[in-house]
Design a protein around this ligand. Structure first.
Ligand SMILES: Nc1ncnc2c1ncn2[C@@H]1O[C@H](COP(=O)(O)OP(=O)(O)O)[C@@H](O)[C@H]1O
Ligand SMILES: [Mg+2]
Length: 597
């Protein structure tokens, strides 16, 4: 038997359409509030009962609807926002498909009351009533939606508890409030005010709203920026990586004020955070992308959560570059900050006894700073300075007869392992790794005996997967880690997070350092034993702070190392007992060449 074809009744068509745009109370609220915003409302009040399942009422002070248009507003494909196809290419309103009201009306008991601007009377049309009736309303529009899905039990079954539905709904209102600062939003649930965000006109009131909606912690860690290029603009707040979240629940991205969830966008953002965010964490942001409506297609999906950029490559690069730069800036700031106490300089190093110098007081202060800076340079990544022998020579020539630098001045680096220096006696050969290790070790010991080992928070905490036993150890020996200048917390059964490193080791690989210290802990067992063996642990740590073989050093870095060796006690050998430097004086060299002097 052949089934006959027949046209579907309007109500059924609308109910099918409702399947696309009306998933739950939250989607009703999104559509209705967007209508209010399109009508130019400055205040939108949302009253909800039982998570929105029982009642949703949206009251706005927008331009309203003419009496004769009320029934059109409830008909499918009727809209005031679009005339022709060209309009779709540059759509500036939230809506344009003309399907939300009829769809919602087909799955609920809906009433639409409105007073058009300039009209002396308000009118109301309800789905249950046959005709338009006068209503009492001084301005704007009130849409009331009762008993959502009452006539579509299959859909109603998918609704969750009131509380869950309400939290989705609240999220929608928040997301709209985050982008439309120029509008007051009031949300009431079961007669109680959930939030009221007043219109904000300047940035500080924006930020107050932001802090109310996302929490003060976000704002504290967020960087505000604005950037424009190539006809695109991006502005908003991005949280520093330290504020990363375990869920992607604080990601608000708007394209021309429309919130979107877009793969291209999240990919670009993710990439911008890539080297600063550790695995499994999610960034937090509120970002506004602005571009010509002609360059973005919002008509991809009925809910308009997805968009299509006409020049996707351009948009991707713009997002990535802008955010990458914004995120890089605080890092530079954080690293260029000089601690009040120059930590990298062992105490007493600038004493006249250690460094013979005809120094007066101010000079010593300057020298400390200089030395600190030099050691900073030493720890900074190689800048590719060519090993320029000539640069070292004038300094040598300038030297006072008393020779203040016993180890002389660097002239070259050999095979990435040795520093060659020239002093009065001849040639000095320095094993750079061993020497640096020694210096760091002595600095640690001195710090521990003095004010304690200072720690420096990591810009990006590092999570490390470990065994349960190791995680237990860290939990038990928290004090010990603090004493070592490290901050390590347990994240889970088998995972730890390193939040701070000793300031002396700020450049070290946090994970490897942690693993090595853990290895020492496992060997020594109790924390008393480990205190007895603390120097061994400090030695382990010092090894991490020191420069690795094959790292190319600039002349200043090498000289800074030589100065540090001179100032450090027991610097003649590393803490593994190997010598750190040796002198080949001219006589020895002459002998090599059978050269009589
Ligand atoms: N709160 C409101 N204030 C003024 N006009 C409204 C409001 N809500 C709906 N309308 C009118 O009803 C029409 C249909 O709304 P809707 O079904 O959501 O479709 P769309 O928003 O896509 O145009 C809108 O184009 C608008 O003219
Ligand atoms: Mg609409």
């Amino acid at each position: 038997m052949v089934l006959r074809i027949h046209a579907l009744p309007t109500q059924l068509i609308n109910q099918i359409a409702a399947g696309e745009v009306v998933e739950r109370p939250a989607s009703v609220v999104k559509e209705l509030v967007e209508n209010s915003l399109d009508a130019g409302a400055q205040r939108v009040q949302i009253d909800v009962e039982q998570g929105g399942i029982k009642l949703i009422r949206i009251t706005d002070d927008g331009s309203g609807i003419e009496k004769d248009d009320l029934s059109l507003a409830l008909s499918r494909h009727a809209t005031s926002k679009l005339q022709a196809l060209e309009d779709l290419e540059r759509i500036a309103s939230m809506g344009f498909r003309g399907e939300a009201l009829p769809a919602i009306a087909s799955v609920s008991r809906l009433s639409l009351a409105s007073r058009a601007a300039g009209s002396g009377q308000a009118w109301e049309l309800a789905t249950e009533a046959a005709e338009v009736r006068p209503a009492a309303l001084s301005r704007g529009t009130v849409v009331t939606v009762c008993d959502l899905f009452y006539n579509t039990p299959a859909r109603r079954k998918f609704l969750r508890k009131d509380k869950t539905e309400f939290s989705h709904l609240e999220q929608v209102v928040k997301r709209l409030a985050l982008v439309r600062y120029d509008v007051t939003f009031v949300l009431n649930h079961n007669g109680r005010e959930v939030f009221c965000a007043n219109r904000a006109s300047d940035r500080s009131s924006h930020e107050r709203r932001l802090s109310d909606l996302l929490g003060p912690a976000f704002l504290q860690e967020a960087l505000y920026f604005e950037h424009e290029a190539a006809g695109l603009s991006l502005s908003g707040w991005v949280a520093r990586p330290a504020f990363s979240r375990s869920q992607a629940d604080m990601q608000h991205f708007y394209v021309n004020q429309r919130m979107v969830r877009d793969k291209l966008v999240s990919h670009a953002v993710r990439q911008a955070y890539q080297d600063v965010l550790f695995h499994g964490r999610h960034p937090a942001y509120v970002l506004f992308l602005g571009l010509s409506p002609a360059l973005v297609d919002v008509n991809v999906h009925p809910t308009k959560h997805e968009v299509r950029f006409r020049e996707s490559r351009l948009v991707h690069d713009f997002l990535f570059r802008t955010l990458h730069q914004v995120l890089a800036e605080p890092a530079t700031e954080a690293f260029s900050e000089e601690p009040t106490e120059p930590l990298a300089v062992p105490t007493g190093m600038a004493e006249p006894s250690a460094v013979p110098r005809q120094a007066d007081m101010p000079l010593r202060v300057a020298e400390r700073r200089e030395a600190y800076r030099a050691s900073q340079e030493w720890q900074a990544p190689p800048r590719g300075t060519p090993t320029d022998t000539a640069a070292a020579m004038p300094q040598l020539a300038d030297q006072a007869p008393g020779e203040e630098h016993p180890l002389g001045f660097a002239i070259a680096q050999l095979h990435g392992v040795y520093v060659l220096a020239q002093n009065r006696q001849g040639l000095v050969l320095v094993d750079m790794h061993a020497a640096h290790e020694r210096i760091t070790y002595e600095a640690f010991k001195r710090a521990r005996e003095g004010e304690g080992i200072k720690s420096q928070p990591l810009l990006v905490p590092v999570s490390v997967a470990v065994s349960q036993r190791e995680a237990d150890l860290v939990e038990r020996h928290g004090d010990l880690f603090a004493e070592l200048g490290m901050e390590v917390d347990r994240l889970g059964d088998q995972s730890l997070v390193v939040r701070a490193l000793p300031a002396l080791l700020r450049q070290a690989d946090a994970e490897r350092l942690l693993r090595d210290v853990l290895a020492d802990l496992v060997v020594h067992g109790s924390s008393r034993r480990i205190l007895e063996q603390i120097n061994e642990v400090l030695g382990t740590m010092a090894c991490h702070g020191s420069v690795r073989a094959n790292r190319r050093l600039g002349i200043e870095e090498m000289n800074a190392l030589l100065r540090d060796i001179e100032r450090t006690e027991r610097s003649g050998q590393c803490n593994h007992g190997r010598p750190t430097w040796t002198q080949l004086d001219m006589q020895a060299l002459d002998k090599l060449f059978l050269r009589g002097r």
